[in-house]
Ligand binder design. Structure first.
Ligand SMILES: Cc1cc2nc3c(=O)[nH]c(=O)nc-3n(C[C@H](O)[C@H](O)[C@H](O)COP(=O)(O)OP(=O)(O)OC[C@H]3O[C@@H](n4cnc5c(N)ncnc54)[C@H](O)[C@@H]3O)c2cc1C
Ligand code: FES
Length: 333
């Protein structure tokens, strides 16, 4: 069964299945709704419910402040309709060339360990994997809320969706994923996300990843490897981890047929140890060391935990005057 949703800001109407949420149903209808994480954390998908009834899947989601709640605001990524509704999104979304998201069954067809707690998972759907480099999908293992994971590969006709996932100690979904046997079926919903590769922009590229933010940045690098790059365009890849044993990704970059020898890899760890001879500190500190000209004609892509992403964005916009439209990022709430 589905309900009819009228969105007042765009003056648009769309159908939302009773097991779907307002945000994703609107995006499936190719509406440019405001959102970022799809996980209740960022607050970008706030809306006002003007008429109708919705079920709030996560009443304490951190994306809404007490003030928002007091004003009756809700999160479209956490709202399932219980009737036809009239809503008004608070923020303005952007139209993107990204494919509209859809729900698929996917089989686990491959796994590869990258570190003690990071693994690349390969899933396959029956239809082509239609997404842009750097986007993410929602993965569900039966009951419970889905989790967002970013693709580390590029769209393809074989239906392959690859994700580099960190096992979070005590994490409900990431820990369960590490126990899955090959051949297990999961529910996959995507693609989502606006931090995708803009291959048409002929600037040098800087990718900045923290922790599991590696996955979409490898996806961006793989996408760049397929694009036609002017010879003078450079690619720098910054990666921050906690300890020496967390650092990985350089081998994946070196495997790229075209960019492999050209890309510059800059690792940094926050905790010093005898097994580490490189830089110690936070990844934005390493980026801050770049010469001034590195910030003037460069496209920035970044992903990782919110504090890391916010430190990098603050450095770029406030201290290095990089225009916001040259910075593309996902915060992993
Ligand atoms: C856009 C995006 C892309 C991401 N990409 C990656 C990636 O490529 N690789 C990677 O390893 N991680 C990625 N993450 C993080 C990932 O989605 C999970 O947060 C992480 O794996 C921990 O999940 P868990 O179930 O193991 O831990 P848990 O501690 O069980 O869950 C943590 C997360 O679950 C969600 N959550 C918790 N409670 C509820 C609830 N009641 N209802 C709804 N949601 C709830 C919240 O988002 C929270 O952050 C990404 C996150 C986002 C937002
Ligand atoms: S998109 Fe809904 S809270 Fe982030």
């Amino acid at each position: 069964m589905s309900y009819r949703i009228v969105e007042e800001r765009l003056g648009a109407t769309f159908e939302c299945a009773d097991d779907d949420v307002l945000l994703r149903a609107g995006l499936r209808a190719s509406l440019p709704l405001a959102y970022e994480c799809n996980a209740g954390g960022c607050g970008s998908c706030k809306f006002e419910l003007l008429e109708g009834v919705v079920h709030d899947l996560w009443p304490t989601a951190p994306g809404l402040s007490p003030r928002d709640r007091g004003r009756g605001r809700r999160l479209a990524c956490q709202s399932q309709p219980l009737s036809d509704c009239r809503i008004k999104m608070v923020g303005r979304g952007e139209a993107t060339p990204a494919p509209a998201p859809a729900r698929h069954a996917a089989n686990l067809i491959g796994i590869e360990d990258l570190t003690h707690d990071m693994r690349e998972f390969r899933f396959q759907t029956r239809t082509p994997a239609n997404f842009l480099p750097g986007q993410y999908a929602l993965v569900s293992l039966g009951e419970g809320a889905p989790r967002a994971y970013s693709m580390s590969n590029v769209g393809n006709d074989m239906g392959e969706w690859h994700f580099i996932i960190r096992r979070v100690p005590g994490g409900a979904v990431s820990s369960s994923l590490f126990r899955l046997a090959l051949g297990t079926q999961v529910a996959l919903d995507g693609p989502y996300g606006n931090a995708f590769l803009r291959p048409e922009v002929e600037r040098s590229v800087i990718c900045i990843a923290g922790g599991s933010g590696l996955s979409p940045m490898i996806g961006i690098a793989r996408g760049l490897d397929r694009a036609t790059l002017p010879p003078e365009r450079t690619v720098d890849f910054f990666y921050g981890g906690r300890r020496a044993e967390d650092i990985c990704g350089e081998a994946l970059l070196r495997d790229l047929p075209r960019l492999g020898r050209q890309v510059r890899f800059h690792p940094i760890v926050s905790n010093d140890s005898v097994s580490w001879s490189g830089r110690v500190g936070m990844v934005h500190e390493l980026v801050a060391d770049l010469p001034a000209e590195a910030f003037t004609q460069t496209e920035f892509y970044l992903a990782g935990p919110p504090p890391m992403a916010e430190a990098v964005v603050s450095l770029l916009t406030r201290e290095r005057a990089v225009p916001a439209d040259r910075i593309h990022y996902d915060r992993f709430f």
